[in-house]
Structure formats: C-alpha cells, structure tokens
Design a protein around this ligand. Structure first.
Ligand code: DGP
Length: 141
C-alpha cells in the first residue's frame, strides 16, 4: 500500500520557511541543512524540493537531481570537516528507520575508529551547528 505524502511534515515546513534550519546549500531543486540531532559533528541532510515521501514515490527526475547534490555536499562535508570518510544514509518508511516523511539523504562525516552517535539522539543548538555549517559551506565548489 502506498502512503500519501503529508505536506505538514517538518522538512516541508523548513522548505516553506515556517521553521528555521541552519542552511548549508540551496538551489532551485534541493536544500541542504544541518541535522539537529547529528550523529557526528557536520551531519547534513539533503532534501528534495519536490514533494515525495521517500524513494518509493519521488519522481525519477527529482531523485536524479537530489543524488547529484548529495555528491556535492558529501565532497564539501569531507573537505570542510577534515573527515576520513563520509557515510550516506537514506531511510524508507518506519520499518526502514525513517522518521520524517519527506525524501532526504543523510551525509555524515566519519573518522577512523569513531562510532556514530544514536539516530534521532540528542539535539544540538543552532549556534554549534552553525560552526560546522560554516566550514562545510566554505568547502562547497
Ligand atoms: P530519518 O527520517 O530517519 O532519516 O531521520 C530524520 C532526521 O531529521 C533525524 O536525523 C533528525 C532530523 N530532524 C528531525 N527534526 C528536525 C528538525 O526540525 N530540524 C532539523 N534540522 N533536523 C531534524
């Protein structure tokens, strides 16, 4: 069964400017901003501006545009944070670990031997997120 997209989800509200976020990158197709519950310092979410719940219903063209932005952000996250690598996560439906039902990718910097913090763990204040965002923005091509 396909579940309908709900335009009242939190990322749709961020896209409409109804609630704040710490922005990293924006263009006409996508928005990248800091995850408020980061699994590592520098954890970014890349969100499609096309309404879609997840991989099952996002139109192909929007998915193509989104993954190309994920690559740009991943490069900037690695360079900007000085990470050894980057983990990309994308969850679909509650059973798949998804909690916000607007299509997005997680871009998470990784350092050798450092485990990820919990998914959906402690919230970090905007001023701290901004210090990481500034480094990532500076590394964007
Ligand atoms: P998931 O749907 O499982 O891919 O996880 C959603 C992620 O979104 C999770 O890592 C926490 C983050 N998140 C939830 N609410 C907000 C919010 O209001 N602002 C920001 N920046 N991130 C949020």
């Amino acid at each position: 069964m396909t579940v309908a997209y709900d335009p009242q989800n939190i990322f749709a509200k961020i896209l409409r400017g109804e609630i704040p976020c710490v922005k990293v990158r924006e263009d006409d197709k996508t928005l990248a901003f800091m995850d408020v519950m980061p699994r590592a310092d520098g954890h970014v979410l890349v969100v499609s501006k096309t309404p879609g719940r997840n991989i099952f219903d996002l139109p192909e063209e929007a998915l193509s545009e989104l993954i190309l932005r994920v690559q740009k952000v991943a490069r900037a996250v690695k360079t900007g944070t000085g990470a050894d690598g980057v983990t990309i996560h994308q969850f679909n439906e509650p059973a798949g670990g998804q909690s916000v039902f607007h299509m997005h990718f997680h871009v998470i910097p990784r350092w050798e031997g450092v485990p990820l913090r919990a998914h959906g763990g402690a919230m970090v204040e905007a001023a701290v997120l901004e210090t990481h965002a500034a480094k990532i923005r500076a590394a964007l091509e």
